[in-house]
Design a protein around this ligand. Structure first.
Ligand SMILES: Cc1cc2nc3c(=O)[nH]c(=O)nc-3n(C[C@H](O)[C@H](O)[C@H](O)COP(=O)(O)O)c2cc1C
Length: 200
């Protein structure tokens, strides 16, 4: 089948776009507002965008609390969501009133960060402390403003739980990262294989 997005005439019961751009890592973004109140929410339009220096981005559909807090405070943490935290991650996506803590709602402990004021999810195996680079409101092909706000940050500090470091390598079969697919589907990374890059 084939469809054109301007016509949105896919004729399917659900838009397949997010099932096509899959799997997506889930950046579980913690922030504080300018009053210092913590906020936590998962974002799967999330990824790394370079490693020298390490940088990340996430896209907010609508200018949600996470994007707004980062625009105000210039700091955030990407806690990586793993299979054993899936329920807490899901609970933290509830649209709570501004200033009400998703940490509390999801029964999650906060841990202090070192270089940013936003707290970390204590139970997350890995967390990236980030400083805000810029936020871009995307425009479409006609130059119209969209509801997609992309926040870019530079990673300034990294936390890794010692229990998932094996012989100096991050053992993802222990972390079991959660991936977002389309619809209500998720996947978990618990099987690996290796390939070497071809020689020139
Ligand atoms: C797995 C998962 C991934 C999500 N990814 C996104 C995303 O990429 N962009 C977005 O705007 N909302 C996403 N959401 C919804 C937000 O988490 C939700 O709107 C949340 O209430 C936003 O919180 P905030 O206003 O505190 O930032 C996702 C929800 C879940 C459960």
């Amino acid at each position: 089948m084939y469809y054109e997005t301007s016509k949105n005439d896919h004729g399917l019961p659900h838009n397949p776009f997010k099932a096509i751009v899959a799997p997506r890592p889930i950046g579980w973004i913690s922030t504080i507002d300018k009053e210092g109140r913590p906020n936590l929410a998962p974002y799967s339009f999330f990824n790394g965008i370079g490693d020298t220096p390490p940088m990340v981005m996430f896209a907010s559909t609508g200018f949600k609390d996470s994007a707004a807090n980062i625009a105000e405070t210039d700091e955030f943490v990407c806690n990586m969501a793993s299979y054993d935290l899936r329920d807490a991650m899901n609970i933290s996506s509830a649209p709570l009133e501004h200033g009400v803590s998703e940490f509390e709602r999801a029964g999650l402990e906060m841990a202090p960060s070192k270089l940013v004021k936003a707290p970390r999810v204590a139970a997350a195996y890995t967390a990236l402390e980030c400083k805000h680079l810029k936020t871009v409101r995307m425009q479409d092909l006609e130059g119209n403003d969209t509801q997609s706000w992309v926040t870019f940050g530079q990673v300034v500090a990294v936390h890794i739980d010692d229990s998932v470091l094996v012989d100096g390598l991050l053992d993802l079969t222990k972390v079991r990262p959660l991936a977002r697919l389309g619809y209500k589907d998720y996947s978990v990374v618990d099987e690996l294989f290796q390939m070497s890059r071809p020689a020139v």
